[in-house]
Design a protein around this ligand. Structure first.
Ligand code: ADP
Ligand code: MG
Length: 698
């Protein structure tokens, strides 16, 4: 029988295939591009294209595509077949180096936030040789970046690669200062834990809200939800197990290191985590994972919901972005070292992250801002919208000792002077798993937990990499010019702790008290919604920082601002329209029909015997009639709020109106409909209930 070892990566043009199919010279040259980011020669591209074509054809591929991640957040592809006519009337299967490295999708309808004037409708895609090509169905997919002809990034991969480069550059400067002359490259690594829901296709089809918006816009609380906590890590049901098995197989064939899977807190909720890998590959893999999750579900008669909040009152889905930085020799720079000297270096990198998270709380919040994620952040299940950083008691004590020049209790009362040989060795603290922190140190990596389940992880990692690069740059500028390295280092670490300790919080992030302390006492930011957060990407300090590292141009930042808010507005407008439609054409008629049945019953009873009690019917008719009016009025109010959007002057104004007016109206409409659901006979209710949906998969 074929084992996982045999088929792992069988659909990937990976290092094993390259070694076996490329000439030594082409292989060496490509490898250098991959490892060190050197420019690629067109003759090398020809060699690679030829080998790739042969390999793809041997796997049954007929087409190729440049696979990219436009700003919509999903992936895009445009298939071209390999066929080229030959003079004898037949075809040959052709694929050139030029086709490998550059493509021109007719991309005029991808969002560009004003970057691509309509007369210059086409952008182009450029091969990213650092992420392996792979086969999906019968198509060879080539991971690419997507740019305008003016050179502006129209995708998520380009700035991600730039941010990795910025981090590499600054981290190398620091390592050189610590005497490390051998490291060539520093790379950030990510392991994203992906949460999702599975429901049956049959139930899904009967809910227009799920079909149009990915989440339920109505639904009364079921008698049983997640209160028993009996789903978390529970036994996986056979149908789900079969799904996970096939999903793993498909991911493994694509070289994706799917590792752990388990049930999550909510009924029907599950999680999949891969082994961590280089950030841009992890990003490509996570996009592919989300796509394959949905495809495999369809084969099993299921639907995989990736929305952040498919069901009100039930935990939503997030994505934990486990992030670390390591050298090409495999040293994790966020791992406390074995010697005091290594520890000084570790503390400096740790401080760089602390400073980055405090200085750029807003950018981290913005990087996860979507209409869907707004339902999660701060809803007692996910971290709050306030960014803070968890270090654990031991590291916090170490930092406190350094700040105050007091003895550190964890060891033999050594003074925490950071001179190389006085800094004590300390054990890393992996015991305390604070699950409520938005940004937690977990022993040798940070776990950024604010991402929504459908977010591309590119955005969060662009901001994280660049903000940390900025801290490191400030440190390197200072240390390179220092007279005495150790004194300067000690002072800088102390200063970071003093200036940025407000961001460190080891307590329960779900408590109301914390939000008050964070905002009132510590002055931390609390951008509750996307509409509140996103405009701050244009703040001067953010634009200056991002442009100074070459990660974005000013125009690119503005385009992202516009596209993010446009997405927010469009998403909620579609939800509002769906709600109005459901309420007017199905819910109100159902409630009214049931009330009229009750009224007929009561009239019939009275006709039979005027003394017959009709309290049940009349009371309900009264309540249902009042609710029908509320539903109708509520739907009209939502429609009017949508009309009022025309008055908005720009996208920022529209987003604010949506936040203040449209969402409020949708909330009221939902309350009326959900109440009606609890009073209406099930046979009249047009949709499967929460109970039906959440417990549909056996
Ligand atoms: P949790 O307890 O948070 O659920 P898991 O074991 O499910 O932890 O997931 C941890 C994730 O962190 C995995 O994707 C794993 O590969 C990743 N991870 C582990 N070490 C590192 C590291 N050094 N850098 C980045 N990610 C890492
Ligand atoms: Mg986790």
């Amino acid at each position: 029988m074929e084992t996982v070892k045999d088929y792992f990566g069988s659909l990937v043009f990976d290092d094993r295939v390259m070694k076996a199919t490329l000439s030594d010279q082409v292989y060496a040259s490509l490898k250098k591009t991959i490892d060190q980011g050197t420019e690629l020669d067109i003759s090398v591209a020809h060699g690679v294209a030829m080998a790739m074509r042969e390999w793809a054809l041997s796997k049954g591929a007929t087409h190729f595509t440049h696979w990219f991640q436009p700003l919509t957040g999903i992936t895009a592809e445009k298939h071209d077949s390999f066929i080229t006519p030959s003079p004898d009337g037949g075809v040959i299967m052709d694929f050139s180096g030029k086709e490998l490295i550059k493509g021109e999708p007719d991309a005029s309808s991808f969002p560009s936030g004003g970057l691509r004037a309509t007369f210059e409708a086409r952008g182009y895609t450029a091969w990213d040789p650092t992420s392996y090509a792979f086969i999906k169905g019968r198509t060879l997919c080539i991971p690419t970046a997507f740019c305008s002809y003016g050179g502006h990034a129209l995708d998520k991969k380009t700035p991600l690669l730039r941010s990795m480069e910025a981090l590499n550059k600054q981290a190398l400067r620091i390592l050189r200062l610590f005497g490390n002359d051998t490291v060539k490259r520093v790379t950030s690594s990510v392991g994203p834990e992906q949460e999702y829901f599975l429901i049956t296709k049959e139930m899904y089809e009967r809910r227009p809200d799920l079909r149009f918006t990915g989440r339920t816009l109505f639904g009364a609380k079921p008698p049983k939800g997640q209160e028993m906590d009996d789903h978390y890590f529970g036994v996986i049901k056979p149908r789900v197990a079969a799904y996970m098995e096939e999903l793993n197989d498909e991911l493994w064939k694509l070289g994706i290191l799917a590792k752990t899977e388990h049930n999550e807190v909510a009924p029907a909720q599950h999680e999949l985590a891969p082994i961590h890998t280089t950030t841009n590959i992890a990003t490509d893999h996570n996009q592919l994972t989300m796509e394959i999750m949905q495809k495999v579900a369809a084969k099993h008669g299921l639907v995989c919901l990736l929305h952040e909040k498919p069901f009100a009152g039930v935990n939503g889905s997030g994505k934990h972005n486990n992030w670390s930085i390591a050298t090409d020799s495999g040293q994790n720079l966020l791992s406390p070292g074995a010697t005091p000297y290594e520890n000084a270096q570790f503390l400096l990198f740790l401080c760089a992250v602390i400073k980055a998270v405090d200085d750029y709380q807003d950018l981290l919040r913005i990087s996860v801002a979507t209409a869907g994620n707004d339902h999660r952040l701060g809803a007692n299940e996910a971290p709050p919208a306030v960014v803070s950083l968890f270090l654990g008691d031991e590291l916090s004590a170490v930092l406190e000792a350094i700040e105050n020049d007091t003895p550190y209790e964890g060891t033999k009362k050594t003074q925490m002077k950071l001179g190389a040989d006085v800094l004590p060795k300390f054990n890393r603290d992996t015991t305390d798993r604070n699950r409520t922190s938005p940004f937690a140190f977990t022993g040798n990596k940070f776990e950024f937990r604010m991402l929504g389940s459908s977010n591309s992880i590119a955005c969060a990692n662009i901001m994280l990499n660049t903000a940390v690069a900025e801290s490191l740059k400030i440190y390197a500028d200072r240390l390179e010019g220092a007279e005495d390295f150790e004194t300067a280092l000690h002072e800088m670490i102390r200063k970071t702790i003093k200036d940025h300790k407000r961001i460190i919080f080891n307590g329960n992030g779900y408590e109301e008290n914390w939000i008050r302390e964070a905002t009132e006492k510590r002055g931390l930011l609390n951008y509750r919604t996307t509409a509140d957060a996103v405009p701050h990407i244009l703040d001067k300090k953010n634009v200056d920082m991002l442009t100074s590292h070459g990660v974005f141009t000013e125009a690119e930042i503005r385009s992202r601002y516009e596209i993010t808010l446009e997405n927010y507005c469009k998403t909620i407008i579609i939800e509002a329209n769906t709600m109005v439609d459901m309420a007017k054409t199905q819910i109100a008629p159902a409630v009214s029909a049931y009330a009229s049945e009750l009224a007929r019953t009561s009239a019939a009873k009275k006709a039979l015997d005027s003394a017959l009690p009709c309290g049940y019917e009349t009371d309900l008719v009264r309540k249902l009639s009042a609710l029908t009016d509320r539903i109708y009025d509520g739907a009209v109010a939502v429609e009017n709020s949508l009309l009022s959007l025309a008055a908005a002057e720009d996208i920022g104004g529209e987003a604010a109106l949506i936040r203040d007016k449209v969402l409020a109206g949708m909330g009221e409409l939902r309350v009326a409909c959900d109440e009606a659901e609890t009073l209406t006979a099930k046979r009249y209710w047009p949709y499967p209930s929460y109970g039906d949906l959440l417990f549909s998969v056996q």
